[in-house]
Design a binder for this molecule. Sequence first.
Ligand code: SF4
Ligand code: F3S
Length: 106
Amino acid sequence: TFVVTENCIKCKYTDCVEVCPVDCFYEGPNFLVIHPDECIDCALCEPECPAEAIFAEDELPESQQEFIEINAELAEEWPNISEKQDPLPDAEEWDGKPGKRELLER
Ligand code: SF4
Ligand code: F3S
């Protein structure tokens, strides 16, 4: 399965949702997640993310391991998103900033 990681927070570009053949992205206030049971591992979303926030689970950096659980949990709570929308207003400014994990809104 593929996993959305920290750098999506406060960016939420949403280019990823447009290419997903099974519409398995779910949307929160400032972050998206992938439903691990619905993702078919096609890898199409990974290169689409301008923030490079999407990784295959087995290629996740050590610092991002907790996002496996975060994606699984929030995909059950948040609504589905299948159409691209505008990024969050300060997406460019937040892209690449460290320490965004604490800013994840539920
Ligand atoms: Fe969707 Fe494919 Fe990305 Fe999984 S890997 S979330 S199926 S686009
Ligand atoms: Fe987030 Fe990248 Fe998609 S910033 S919304 S994972 S395109």
